[in-house]
Design a binder for this molecule. Structure first.
Ligand SMILES: Nc1ncnc2c1ncn2[C@@H]1O[C@H](COP(=O)(O)OP(=O)(O)OP(=O)(O)O)[C@@H](O)[C@H]1O
Length: 244
């Protein structure tokens, strides 16, 4: 299976704060990879370094065989990104924002189909600012998928979505994975991670404390449930991370 993302010894500091510490991981084509960790663990910083929007202090990053800094234009066409907040004109509607986004890409898919799949087709004429939190979150996933990307980055995937919408998003992503999409996500919901992720990496203060599958995470901990195992790996005393 082809390697879509490869990170070797990534390091990034902000002043004296080491936000990502010597992180290495790889993501295979057509799989879902979950980057987990408490608030401030270094997930967004890692994603921004992978995307080339932040410059790493050290290490190697390759996405679809390309360097995110030097091949930015080629990667732009093949990578989708879900933003938590986007700058857009005050009065822009959902339909207009989707159209503007689609214009940026050569292989863009029809936004109407995506809006229908994500249950917000009836909002096409609504200003984006009038959407509810969950509707906005779904719109941002739609925007990430408009380029028809080979790999998509979804940061805090379903934060703000109701229970049914979460299940629907999981199903859509599973279908897209079956069609070959590679998905790199962050999430604070362990049921979501269990439902979607083939491989996970747990970060604690910028350092990897677990890398493998969900079942391996449970097996290598002293817990029976994944959420308990996750908390065990990320505990504050540091007593469980000595093996990594
Ligand atoms: N631009 C910045 N300048 C200084 N410190 C920063 C900056 N961006 C992030 N940090 C710090 O780096 C650390 C990692 O932050 P990061 O946003 O990567 O964490 P995260 O795992 O994505 O957190 P969350 O789950 O809250 O989104 C945190 O301690 C944060 O305060």
């Amino acid at each position: 299976m082809q390697e879509v993302i490869k990170i070797e010894q990534l390091t990034k500091s902000y002043g004296r704060l080491l936000a990502v510490d010597n992180l290495s991981l790889s993501v295979k084509s057509g799989t879902v990879f979950g980057l987990l960790g408490a608030n401030g663990a270094g997930k967004s910083t890692t994603i921004e370094c992978i995307l080339g929007t932040k410059k790493a202090d050290g290490g190697q990053i390759s996405v679809l065989g390309m360097n995110p800094h030097t091949n930015r234009k080629s990667l732009f066409e093949k990578v989708g990104v879900q933003f938590q907040e986007t700058n857009y004109q005050e009065q822009i509607t959902v339909g207009e924002l989707c159209e503007v986004t689609a214009c940026l890409y050569r292989n863009a898919v029809n936004p109407s189909d995506l809006l229908t799949r994500f249950g917000i087709a009836d909002k096409q004429k609504s200003p984006v600012k009038d959407l509810s939190g969950g509707q906005r979150q779904r719109l941002f996933i739609v925007l990430a998928l408009i380029p028809n990307p080979e790999v998509v980055f979804l940061d805090e995937l379903t934060t703000g979505l109701d229970a049914r919408a979460r299940r629907e998003v999981w199903q859509i992503l599973s279908d897209l994975k079956e069609k070959g999409l590679t998905i790199f996500l962050t999430s604070h919901f362990m049921d979501e991670v269990e439902a979607l992720c083939d491989q996970i990496c747990i970060l604690k203060q910028g350092k990897m404390v677990f890398y493998g599958t969900v079942s391996e995470a449970i097996k290598n901990s002293s817990c029976d449930r994944f959420e308990d195992a996750y908390l065990w790996y990320t505990d504050e005393e540091g007593k469980n991370s000595e093996n990594f």
